[in-house]
Design a protein around this ligand. Structure first.
Ligand SMILES: Cc1ncc(COP(=O)(O)O)c(C=O)c1O
Length: 399
């Protein structure tokens, strides 16, 4: 074993630990759900992206068994050699229809989808303008392309306009944004973004991973929420959150662009196809969630209930409506200690501190699911109130 490498790895690990950034993994012994057993302890889970509560459900397991029987487990191939089954084409058709685009291409993750888009479409004659708080996969996807890179202040339309003006000499301009930002649960102003993009002849790439399946009048995401589904050029999204929670992702857009991605995107040309079982279960989830709108209603009902109770209890909850609910704590150590103490209250939540969020803006991020019961949410609020007294000097008078 190369000793220089080992010494360097050990040094970096020590640095990560010393900075308090070492990420421990809990070992979950059950299926994903609101009730889990982790490291031998029964917990109510408030940190999965399991928005519709389907990730561990029996319906999906049964659907998966049927697909496995019909299409098998793996393809041992990339898409263009012998890795395209009818179920892949069917999901591409259905996802395109769902997102109201002409066509769609599957990837094994939204990360891969985001890596595909920019490097395939943009050259050194182009520019990309990206929200400062975009997800790491958009940031890395953009790093892989040769276009000039600009970052606009988070959701700041004046800054975006200024950057659109400054890049007018470029051949193509692309505005890239998350639909919902995962640390704050804030929703991108998609109408304003699309209006500006149209005015300056730019195209819009929306990563809607935290919105597809539940946000907007029929759950089609942040663009639908703002009434501009038809204006967004390309939507990238994941199947690893609301749409079943395993993995897989896609890009939906116009026929020619999707065709070009099939031809040129390295994360489809040089990597295996999405396993058919995921394609099949995602198809099942699309149809299941369309015929069970009560799941979306329950998610929003639960979210409103939790947000209202926490605000009433005196906690700092940034204004939004999304099921990602950050409870602002401020100090990083306090947030992490509180989240750790929550385990003794039977609650699983995660504390986020610098550098994942800005210094002094540490928080405990709660994620609400359609599968949570009001009693579970009450238990969570009770736990916050108890620990708020211990860690934040909160008293009943703050309510
Ligand atoms: C906004 C956003 N984009 C992309 C991804 C990556 O999705 P996937 O797990 O499908 O690679 C995530 C996952 O955390 C995300 O939150």
């Amino acid at each position: 074993m190369n000793q220089t490498l080992l010494v360097e790895a050990a040094r970096l690990l020590e640095e990560i630990r010393a900075a308090g950034l070492y990420k421990e993994q809990r070992h979950i012994e059950t299926r994903q759900g609101t009730n889990i057993v982790a490291d031998g302890k029964s917990l109510i889970n408030f940190c999965a992206n399991n928005y519709l509560g389907l990730s561990g459900s029996q319906e999906l397991v049964d659907a998966a068994k049927d697909v496995l029987d019909r299409y098998g487990y793996g393809l041992s191939s990339v898409r263009f050699i012998c890795g395209t089954q009818t179920i892949h084409k069917e999901l591409e058709k259905q996802m395109a229809a769902y997102l109201q685009k002409e066509d769609c291409i599957l990837f094994t993750s939204c990360w891969d989808a985001n890596e595909a888009v920019f490097a395939t479409l943009l050259t050194d004659q182009d520019a990309v303008i990206s929200d400062a708080l975009n997800h790491a996969s958009l940031i890395d996807g953009i790093r892989l392309c040769k276009a000039e890179r600009h970052v606009f202040q988070h959701m700041d339309m004046a800054d975006l306009e200024q950057k659109l003006k400054a890049t007018q000499g470029k051949r193509l301009r692309c505005v890239a944004t998350d639909g919902v930002f995962s640390m704050d649960g804030d929703i991108a102003p998609m109408k304003d973004i699309c209006d500006l993009a149209e005015r300056y002849n730019a195209f819009v790439v929306l990563d809607d991973s935290h919105a597809t399946g539940f946000l907007g009048p029929t759950g089609r995401g942040a663009a639908e929420h703002h009434g501009v589904l038809d204006k967004v050029d390309l939507i990238t999204t994941t199947f690893g959150k609301a749409l079943g929670g395993a993995n897989g992702g896609c890009v939906a857009g116009s026929k020619k662009v999707i065709e070009l991605l099939h031809q040129r995107a390295r994360t489809t040309l040089f990597t295996n196809s999405l396993p058919p079982v995921i394609a099949g279960v995602t198809l099942f989830v699309l149809s299941y969630s369309e015929s069970h709108p009560e799941l979306r209603e329950k998610l929003w009902q639960n979210t409103r209930y939790f947000r209202e109770k926490m605000a009433h209890a005196g906690f700092a909850v940034p204004v939004s409506e999304h099921p990602i609910v950050p409870i602002m704590i401020g100090d990083g150590k306090t947030a992490n200690d509180m989240a750790q103490d929550m385990l003794h209250e039977g609650i699983y939540v995660i504390g986020f501190s610098y550098p994942v969020v800005p210094m002094g803006k540490a928080r405990i991020r709660v994620q609400i699911s359609a599968a949570h019961t009001p009693e579970q949410i009450d238990q969570l609020v009770d736990a916050f109130e108890k620990l708020g007294k211990k860690y934040l000097n909160m008293s009943n008078s703050s309510r």
